[in-house]
Design a protein around this ligand. Structure first.
Ligand SMILES: [Mg+2]
Length: 163
């Protein structure tokens, strides 16, 4: 069985679109530190309420688990502990038997887990580049099917056929 790590924002839930829209409305500067502070103080409860599941993601993850081809983990960047709590609560409402790993935003996902031959599904190409550099396999999730140099999917259960 291959280790499979699945991103949350922009893959399972469209929370990233919702939070960037709020940042735009609040005229947050487009540099890393301004965004970091914005996300630190963001009302994640409100963001998750306004966000939606992407392409039946939770059901797809259940199918992936049932395929018995992968050890499945959700690997999600967080800025605050509150954000981590709310994401775990949300995932648990849908899936009981999946491991959720919150990654402090200032660390790379590639620094958190054993990567050799593990798959990362992520919408953010930089995460995939770091992952690949560390010996893992990157798959981009993109609704426009733009892989940016990586194999690409727009629905999570496509992974079952891909590997
Ligand atoms: Mg993401």
């Amino acid at each position: 069985m291959k280790d499979l790590y699945i991103d949350f924002d922009g893959v399972i839930y469209n929370s990233i679109d919702v939070s960037y829209k709020i940042a735009e409305e609040e005229h947050v500067n487009k540099d890393y530190e301004s965004y970091y502070q914005f996300f630190k103080n963001l009302d994640w409860c409100g963001v998750l309420e306004k966000s939606e599941e992407i392409n039946n993601a939770f059901n797809c993850i259940k199918k992936i688990i049932d395929s018995k081809k992968f050890n499945v983990f959700i690997l999600t960047h967080v800025v605050s502990l509150k954000e981590a709590e709310l994401k775990v609560e949300l995932v648990r409402k849908h899936i009981k038997n999946v491991t959720i790993i919150p990654v402090p935003k200032r660390l790379s996902k590639a620094e958190m887990v054993r990567i050799k031959d593990a798959i990362l599904v992520d919408d953010y190409p930089e995460n995939l580049r770091e992952w690949q550099k560390a010996g893992g396999i990157g798959v981009r999730f993109d609704l426009d099917m733009d892989g940016k140099g990586f194999p690409v999917i727009d629905k999570l259960d496509e992974l079952i056929e891909m590997f």
